[in-house]
Design a protein. Sequence first.
Length: 305
Amino acid sequence: MEKKEAPQTTLPKKLVGKKAAIGVLLFLVLSVPVLWIALQHKPSGAKALAGGVTPTPIATNAPVSTSPPSGKQFTLLPPGSALPSDQECAARVKKSSWEPRPENDAANHRTPTAAQLKALAPWTTASLGIQLDPRADSFRKRVTGDFTGTTDEILQWAACKWGMDEDYVRAEAVTESHWHQSQLGDYSGDKSACPPGSGYPGAWDGSSCAQSYSIIQIKYMYNKSAWPLTRDDTAFAIDYQEGILRYCYEGWATYLGSNYHAGDIWGCIGRWYSGQWHDSGAQQYIGYTQDFLNRKVWLTPGGNF
């Protein structure tokens, strides 16, 4: 999905972005405006305030398998925990040639340049227009997208890096895009809400454009400085979004009000979609994601999920 968390560049995805199948479903069922404040589909925070609506692992140096990884290696770390480094997580990812989304291969093997990372807008109150604890920007500085591999290996790596449960990351990526990095979402007839350029899938065509892109649906409007990395680079997209999710989980998305508190990972997942704290849109998004999680739909034979 794609939520908004803060206006500008790092909102919760839905705050940042959702998907086709689910995105359409949510739109038809909800038809509710959402505050994609900074989480992809938004800027950091909710789905990004991240972006998209449619509708997330880490391994060892064991021999490469052709089957989905078995067992769970990465679980949710409590707020305040020390987080592993890019390198540590890369070494811990369970290697497998299993790839239910081979069309992601090119995006799975791109990484950002130093200049692109330096250009990312701060995850701050002044930059995003929502109240954030100043510590949130320390997580923006951890975003690197510095990993290549299969789609599942990338999801594992991001889960490890941000202290997230790998199956939660897998499930949310199903909700947002069914694991398609090429997923387009949140179509708009307002050209001013569109990413720049022309000729690419989702670009302004004279009547509409897609606002949210990537496996986790990050919304351009709230994450302009992350464009086109969010569209082109799978590891960057999920790294960026999980950073936003983590600062919410740490209790740093202070704009969410008096009922908001650290340690509620499902509240933060819902915020990625709606930009708000346990509102109706967030609750429905949480329900879809928990259903995918309980059924582990990503293990469906033939990648039919």
